[in-house]
Design a protein around this ligand. Structure first.
Ligand code: GDP
Length: 336
């Protein structure tokens, strides 16, 4: 949430942005924000969901952190959406041959990340430190932070009982009907101190909630103690980009979960989900007729990100919108 600010927002100023992100959808906008902050000599901090993290075959797997790392290092596979490009699958085939658990795919190149992370964490290195070291090695400009170094787990309560996130998402392909979702460990966890420090930076231009799944990717971050208060007290506007476009999610179970939880599948429902957290919402141009229904500032623009230009375009739109909002009195009407 923002307090009305004096206008210091010249378009030439170096952008200073925090993004909250899940995996695939979030990483796309994070890559756009990274490109524009890099080009303009600015600063980007991406705080990433860790609720999907789990242990598999003795390895620590952090799917959303890896999606963001690979996307910002331009190593990601855009067609598959997750994992690395030019991947091979010899390990999985060999694992199948000897009867190993094969429900969760691990590519040969991707495997290096999990093995090394597990090795470093066992030596007592924090997840954030490992992530920063890898980001530096891969030439990433942005600061990528796990939202917390503590263990938080997304638990999906379904009609068939409580399922750990990956059991719901991968093993059961999101089929069971969701009743509610909670985050064991969140109440005792601490947000990463660098995240809180960055959110309190008076020079911040924008806090962007990427078009990630609100329930599975962003809520585990918002559940961390003090995080909502830090967003409320931040001087920069908090802007969410809707993952719901034209009455559906572009990928994944967001729309299905919204239906099962009794929400409309509209940008308005996204705004209401983030009520008390966001100052403004970015929706897709095809949903622009819905802007009038929303009682917060709205920007309707092209939010589909197929290529790097799309990602940069949306990142610039969000930044300009954030600067415009920061210059306005707090009680403005919704705009389009
Ligand atoms: P996950 O953790 O890998 O499931 O990925 P996220 O939670 O970060 O992102 C999933 C959400 O991203 C889905 O709800 C999609 O609708 C949304 N999404 C994916 N690509 C795009 C895009 O190009 N534009 C918008 N607006 N949303 C997208």
């Amino acid at each position: 949430m923002h307090a009305p600010q004096q206008s210091t927002a010249g378009s030439q100023r170096r952008p200073n942005i925090v993004a909250l992100s899940g995996g695939v959808g979030g990483a796309k906008l994070a890559a756009g924000l990274d490109a524009i902050t890099r080009a303009d000599g600015g600063k980007l901090t991406v705080a990433v969901n860790t609720g999907d993290d789990f242990e598999h075959l003795g390895l620590k797997i952090c799917p959303d952190l890896d999606s963001v790392l690979y996307a910002l290092a331009r190593l990601n596979d855009p067609a598959r959406g997750w994992g690395r490009a030019n991947e091979t699958w010899h390990f999985m085939r060999a694992l199948q041959e000897i009867g190993g658990e094969d429900w969760f795919s691990l590519g040969d190149r991707d495997l290096a990340m999990h093995v090394e992370r597990t090795h470093q964490l066992r030596k007592g290195i924090a997840l954030s430190r490992f992530t920063a070291d890898v980001a530096a090695r891969l030439g990433i400009h942005a600061t990528i932070l796990p939202a917390t170094d503590d263990v938080v787990r997304t638990l999906v309560h379904t009609e068939e009982g409580a399922l750990p996130f990956q059991d719901y998402f991968v093993k059961r392909r999101c089929e069971p009907t969701v009743r509610h979702i909670d985050f064991p460990g969140a109440a005792e966890a601490r947000p990463h101190p660098a995240l809180l420090q960055t959110l309190a930076d008076p020079a911040l231009d924008a806090i962007v909630i990427c078009p990630s799944n609100p329930y599975l990717s962003i809520d585990p971050i918002l559940a961390l103690p003090g995080l909502r208060a830090a967003l409320r007290h931040a001087s920069a506007p908090v802007i969410a980009v809707s993952p719901i476009v034209g009455g559906d999610a572009l990928k994944g179970p967001a729309a299905k979960i919204m239906r099962e939880l009794g929400a409309e599948i509209t940008p308005a429902a996204i705004a209401s989900h983030y009520q008390g957290v966001i100052d403004a919402l970015v929706i897709d141009e095809r949903d622009s007729p819905q802007a009038a229904r929303l009682d917060l500032p709205v920007l309707a623009t092209r939010t589909l990100m197929h290529c790097l230009q799309d990602k940069e375009f949306l990142a610039r739109e969000v930044l300009v919108f954030a600067r415009e909002i920061a210059r306005r009195p707090a009680t403005l009407e919704a705009v389009q």
